[in-house]
Design a protein around this ligand. Structure first.
Ligand code: PL3
Ligand code: FE2
Ligand code: FE2
Length: 232
């Protein structure tokens, strides 16, 4: 804790070290918001009964993207968008394949559970160590992300019986990708005073709670979480 406090005091948002890390993390967040925007448009096509609501969510995602672009400009950082595209390619490909096959349950697991929980964990850990400008933006964004997570939870809870087997498979295919992504950002996150352990913990809490709200038992959740660690 003291170590964290010391590190926080020393954070220099204008240093080359901070800005270098920010060029990748900021790009990841911009790309993540862009992916989310596109994914909700695709989901709107797959779920005509929720079309208007999903289009509303997709518009919120483009606003988030604009907000984070402003955060980068504010620190005079150029986001490394090429890096970010590669960072998201695993989840991107799996979402595209699921959408093409009409697998709406898998699409919802990837976007509304995994990506939203990843975003919520990252933003929660970032807020206390962000610069003032980015903190205000991120505080507004994270509130929206909880409502996006809620959309997925409610839909999947209503269709739990039919969705259960597909959710288990999609979890097994996509959770290992999240761990790889986390490992890839760990060093840059550390430079920005965000601890990898804290990110993992917050992600698992959000994701576990979501699975519980949908209808999985504690025993199921343990098993689903462990799958993520092994099968790649
Ligand atoms: C969903 O609405 C948006 C998806 C964004 C995904 C963000 C993942 C971020 C992981 C990087 C960890 C450090 C975050 C720093 C926050 C600015
Ligand atoms: Fe978002
Ligand atoms: Fe979102």
């Amino acid at each position: 804790m003291q170590q964290l406090a010391d590190q926080f005091k020393e954070l220099d948002f204008k240093s080359e070290t901070y800005k270098d890390a920010y060029s990748r993390i900021n790009a990841i967040v911009i790309e993540g918001e862009q992916e989310a925007h596109e994914n909700y448009i695709t989901l709107a096509q797959l779920l005509p009964e929720s079309h208007d609501e999903l289009i509303r969510l997709s518009k919120m995602e483009s606003r988030h993207k604009k907000g984070f672009e402003a955060c980068g400009r504010n620190l005079q950082v150029t986001p490394d968008l090429q890096f970010a595209k590669e960072f998201f390619s695993g989840l991107h490909q799996n979402f595209q394949a699921a959408a093409a096959a009409g697998k709406v349950v898998t699409c919802l697991l990837i976007q509304s559970l995994i990506i939203e929980c990843f975003a919520i964990a990252a933003y929660n850990i970032y807020i206390p160590v962000a610069d003032d400008f980015a903190r205000k933006i991120t505080e507004g964004v994270v509130k929206d992300e909880y409502s996006h997570l809620n959309f997925g939870e409610v839909w999947l809870k209503e269709h739990f019986t039919e969705a259960k087997a597909e959710l288990e498979l999609a979890n097994r295919q996509n959770l290992p990708i999240v761990w790889r992504m986390l490992n890839q950002v760990a060093d840059d996150a550390q430079t920005m005073a965000m601890e990898k352990d804290a990110l993992v913990e917050d992600f698992m809490i959000q994701y576990g709670e979501a699975l519980s709200n949908i209808g999985f038992t504690t025993r199921d959740i343990m098993r689903l979480s462990a799958y993520g660690l092994i099968a790649a």
